[in-house]
Design a protein around this ligand. Structure first.
Ligand code: BF8
Length: 639
């Protein structure tokens, strides 16, 4: 198939290019076409200078200094930019943390005997979590312990006292906790107004943001950003971490395993079910039910060879990490999967799901099934998922997919013949196991300079950036500099598809990293899971800091969200910076209209937290800058 220059500019992924070309030839609309129709986009919005918070607005600030310099209420450019930014953090933290609430509630239900469809798959991890929380774990009944852990987690969402979250206190390194308290004290003294950094309640910090950004409340850029940081810490070391930890307890902690990635995992001869979204509660069950002889037999009766469940986005990452279920693609491939004509059913839960999928699926035989009470998709089939009837619900979905196989139009099926093998499953536990039980070998490699440092890369994809280009080029440039790359979300899927998660790829790494990877038989890029699993990176950073007796910002670590798109990415970036890790972003977030906000995020944050944001369009220059930061940290550590 001849690929046009335009399609080449849209994606570097060969499977995606093939389907994009097919879409272009058949005039099937995708996100790239819709984004094109949005051009030129609003310059005020891009700078963060448009305020829609009250009905005097929308107000806008003239960035050239000639027109209005204040909103009707008197809000300055920095107030408007800061309010908008922290509302983005609130949105991201809410999405992650509400996700975390679900496994906490489910664990409670399991512990109380109210749910028979799920069990506790990893009691060892439950004990480890309980131990961190200071609970007695000796000779305990596992369900009793589960109830205590779930109760503490749920309390962290809704507690009303001023104390710091139990999970934050249990997981963040002591030095960082003390630093956050000192930052709050210093900022309060400086501004003569109480400023808090340590989160009190996961939900509370998000509500606090919505309150203080309401018309006529908080107008101080620093005060607003501090609250954004507080909510983001409540996300990273709270809600997201609770999601990861309790999902591991219920579904099992990921172990290193082999898996396959890209659209080629769809099977011409099987019933294909794509599970897309973020919460593994239902997708775990779909995987389980689809594998039963009953469903496989039903599929054979329809003329298919079996049932093939594949993942998309972070729900996909969850089942990839825990079961090695193949992953069809990342965020910009959700429409492309349907356009292959080979998907009998796409089941979605929450987050990062295009509403456009409903209309698109109607042009094919695909059943587009929404399942969450929080997420309506006009034009979809809604099958309400209820956890206490999980098996029934999953069976209904799988049956519907199987029965749809006869409606497939073979002449419309085009599955790109591209897949890549990847070694996945790098939970902190799996990494430590590969290292022989302690972080020491990794620290030794860092001390010796074999590994210069570690960069954590997170999703997303954004059609403003050539799909997967930045993810792949940045990772390649970093490993060539002996920098170990770890990551999650849509970056991890991009890296898996590009073959960067194979042990053999170590040959493209610098000599030091190559040697370490070959000795440990691990790839130079490690898949740590879904976006809530950014918490795994925090936990790993904390373990390294504690072992060395330093704070996280002393370590040669950098973060990046090179094709970021969602508010969740802004929350993630903020909790990394707050934890002492500098974060690279591309595209530019909507903050440039506020000079003071920009200064706080890119400069002041460095002095305060030991890490700051930076923006860079070119992956090679970004890698250079990361190597510089790492070199600086190494020097300060005396390495
Ligand atoms: O949570 S990387 S586009 S799929 S937000 Fe979404 Fe971004 Fe992908 Fe997962 Ni994360």
């Amino acid at each position: 198939m001849k690929i046009s220059e335009k399609v080449k500019s849209q994606s570097v992924d060969p499977a995606s290019r093939e389907i994009l070309q097919l879409a272009a030839d058949q005039e099937i609309e995708t996100v790239w076409n819709r984004l094109e129709k949005q051009q030129p986009q609003c310059g005020f919005g891009e700078l963060g200078l448009c305020c829609r918070i009250c009905a005097m607005g929308p107000c806008r600030i003239d960035p050239f200094g000639e027109g209005a310099q204040k909103g009707a209420c008197g809000a300055t450019a920095d107030t408007i930019v800061a309010r908008h930014l922290v509302r983005m953090i609130a949105g991201g933290a809410a999405a992650h943390s509400d996700h975390g609430r679900r496994p906490a509630l489910l664990l409670k239900e399991i512990a109380e005997g109210h749910n028979q469809d799920y069990t506790i798959k990893d009691p060892k991890k439950l004990k480890a979590i309980a131990g961190r929380l200071g609970l007695n774990t000796e000779n305990r009944d596992i369900k009793e312990l589960a109830l205590e852990v779930a109760t503490i987690a749920l309390n962290d969402f809704g507690k009303q006292d001023e104390n710091t979250l139990a999970f934050v206190k249990a997981y963040a390194p002591k030095k960082r906790l003390a630093r956050w308290q000192k930052i709050a004290d210093d900022l309060s003294a400086l501004s003569e107004k109480t400023i808090g950094i340590l989160p009190r309640g996961i939900d509370r910090e998000i509500v606090d943001i919505m309150h203080r950004t309401h018309f006529g409340v908080d107008h101080g850029p620093l005060s607003l950003i501090a609250q954004g940081v507080r909510a983001a810490i409540g996300d990273g070391w709270g809600g997201s971490l609770i999601a990861t930890e309790l999902q591991d307890v219920i579904f099992g902690t990921p172990k290193i395993r082999e898996a396959t990635a890209n659209l080629g995992v769809l099977d011409k001869e099987q019933v294909n079910i794509v599970v897309h979204g973020h919460e593994p509660v239902l997708s775990e069950k779909i995987v389980e039910l689809a594998a039963t002889e009953k469903m496989q037999e039903l599929a054979r009766a329809q003329g298919a060879k079996g049932v093939n469940v594949v993942g998309m986005c972070c729900t996909g990452n969850e089942i990839l990490m825990r079961h090695g279920v193949p992953i069809a693609g990342n965020e910009l491939q959700q429409e492309l999967a349907i356009i292959t004509g080979a998907v009998e059913l796409m089941s979605v839960d929450v987050q990062c799901i295009f509403p456009a999928l409903a209309e698109l699926s109607q042009c094919f035989h695909t059943h587009f099934v929404a399942t969450s009470d929080q997420a309506a998709f006009p034009g979809s089939i809604h099958i309400q998922f209820e956890e206490d009837k999980a098996n029934l619900c999953a069976e209904r979905i799988v049956t519907m997919a199987v029965k749809n196989f006869i409606n497939r139009k073979p002449e419309r099926v085009q599955i790109p013949a591209f897949t890549s093998q990847a070694m996945v499953g790098f939970s902190v536990e799996a990494i430590l196991e590969a290292l022989g039980g302690t972080p020491e070998p990794l620290l030794d490699a860092i001390k010796s300079g074999a590994i210069k440092g570690v960069v954590g890369i997170v999703g997303c994809n954004n059609p403003k950036v050539t799909h997967d280009y930045y993810h792949i080029e940045l990772a390649k440039a970093l490993i060539a500099k002996d920098i170990l790359v770890i990551g999650s979300g849509c970056w991890a899927i991009a890296a898996a598809k590009a073959g960067l998660m194979q042990v053999e790829t170590a040959k493209d790494a610098g000599p030091g990293l190559q040697q370490v990877c070959e000795a440990l038989k691990i790839p130079p890029c490690l898949h740590m899971g879904s976006c809530v699993d950014c918490s795994r990176m925090l936990v790993l950073a904390g373990a390294l800091a504690d072992t060395l007796g330093v704070d996280i910002d002393d370590l040669p670590l950098v973060g990046s969200a090179p094709e970021w798109l969602t508010e969740k990415a802004i929350s993630i970036g903020t909790f990394f910076v707050a934890s002492g890790v500098s974060v690279h972003l591309w595209p530019m977030p909507p903050i440039a209209g506020g000079a003071q906000v920009t200064e706080i995020l890119t400069e002041t944050a460095e002095e305060v937290f030991g890490g700051a944001f930076f923006v860079e369009e070119d992956p090679l220059k970004a890698a250079e800058k990361m190597a510089e930061i790492i070199a600086g940290k190494r020097l300060a550590l005396g390495l």
